[in-house]
Structure formats: structure tokens, C-alpha cells
Design a binder for this molecule. Sequence first.
Ligand code: DGY
Length: 310
Amino acid sequence: MRLLAGRVEYEVWEKIGPVNRDILLQKGADADGLLVTLSDRIDDELLSLCPNLKVVGNYAVGYDNIDVEAATRRGVLVTNTPDVLTNATADIAFLLILASARRMVEANEFLRSGDWVTWHPNLLLGADVSEAVLGIVGMGKIGQAVARRAKGFDMEILYVNRSPKPEIERILGAKRVSLEELLVKSDFVSLHCPLSDETRGLIGVKELRSMKKAAFLINTSRGPVVDQKALFKACSEGWIGGAGLDVFDNEPVPLDEPLLTLKNVTTLPHLGSATIKAREGMARKAAENVLAALEGSRPENLVNPEAFKK
Ligand code: DGY
């Protein structure tokens, strides 16, 4: 807001949670720019009611909350906030890998509920992360940052990506394989692909059935990449070892979601980028992108370059 002050007039939605839809439609009608979070749905209807709009700046790297095709058609620029949250998100993915493998949440509850009576050779045994096989689905910046962490744990790294990443293969010894092979061979499968028509429901019954019985599915990308009902069956019926989830179909996840009843599922409230440094970086980028667009220059993080006209 310090960056915006003095350069544009702005109004802020001060409440926690997405901007009320009616207010967004009403305010959007006069706005030249919108700076939104991933909880705000920017669809064709909204765009059609914002005749002056030049830019939608998303305060996130993912932008599945925005109808980019509709924005492009209307000449509205869409921007996002890559890079600044790469390490924070990779850390959360690794946290979920470790917490799932070593049953951290379960152990914490066990101790606090007074069930710890003695050290025991078989107490809360978990899985090894070191030297295990990690399958990374989506070798973009965050996937690569997870791979670098995995290297420190001597993990074997398999990955799925549209294009090969020779540098990552050379430096980290990662191997590009098909999704089928990755699922069959990995002890941990970590999802780092954006949500799109192509990736919606990417991990469903067939994919979960093909994973190792002791393997864990880690999702820090977007909930709908995984079929959540199938995941519940997989985790409750022992098709896989469990899951570590930072994202869900519906957020906040309803408390009657069956996955929340399972001990082998570790959950977080979409905290991937929730560090002070990452959030400050995201705020700065979002503001700079919006300002650039409003001042007629090309924003650094433009998602739809085809909408930019000099
Ligand atoms: C993103 O940026 O897409 C994350 O999900 C939230 O920071």
C-alpha cells in the first residue's frame, strides 16, 4: 500500500475473506485496476461489468481464480507473483513430507493426551525420508526447489514435466519419467503443477491405486488436482500410506470433510507462501505489476502477454 499511495487512488477490502461479490461488482464498475487474492473469483461476468479495467493483479503465483481467457479477450492484463514464494512453498512441501513420514501430528497428539507411558522400540514408527524415492509432478520453480531439498536427503528424484529439465537432471540426478512410472516407483509423490483443464483431477482412483501401499501423496498446489473423494478411500482403505495436504477442493475445508478424520492425513490451511518474507515479496510484486500496467508499461509478471498493447 505504501507503493500504491500517491500514485493511484485505492480502496481496500479490510475484512478477512474474499471481497463480497456485490461490492466487488459495484466497485469494479469504476476501477482501472484490481489487486486480488486467490479467494477472489474474477470471472467473465465480473470482467464484463468492469468497462475501465486494465489490469487484475493476483497476489499469488497460481491464477486459476481468474478467467485469463476472458481477460485477454477484453484486453485486461493479468499478473501474478512468481519467485518470491518459491522457497517458502518448497519448505512447506518438505515439511509435509517429513511430518507425514514421521507421523508428527499424530505423535504430538499422543504425547499431549497423556498416552506416552514409556519409550518403546515400536512406538509410532514411521517411514524413512532419506534415500527414499521422491516423485515430483511439475518441475517448475517450486518443483525444482523441492528437488534441491530432496538432494540433501539423498533421495532419488523422478519427475514429470512437459519439457525436460537438463540442468536439474545434471545437477540433482533427477530422471524424467511418465506419470505412470512415477506413481508406481515413488515413496512420496509431491504435486507442483498449476490447476488447469489439463491437471484438474489428475490424481484419481486409477493413479492412487497404482501407487505403492506405503507411499504418501503431498499436495501444495491446488486441491482440485486431486480427486478428494478418491483420496479419502485411498488413505482410509490402505491403498497408500497417507497424505500431506496444504490445499483442498473447497477452502476453508469444511470440518465434516472425511479426510480430516484420518490419522494418516496431515493437513494445513493453505500456508505454502505464509512467511513474512514471501508475503512481503508477493505484496510488492502485486503492487508493482498493477502500477506498471496502469502507467502503460509492461508488468514484469504478465500472465497474458497477448493482451499487452504498447
Ligand atoms: C499461490 O501463490 O498460488 C499460493 O497458493 C498462495 O501463495
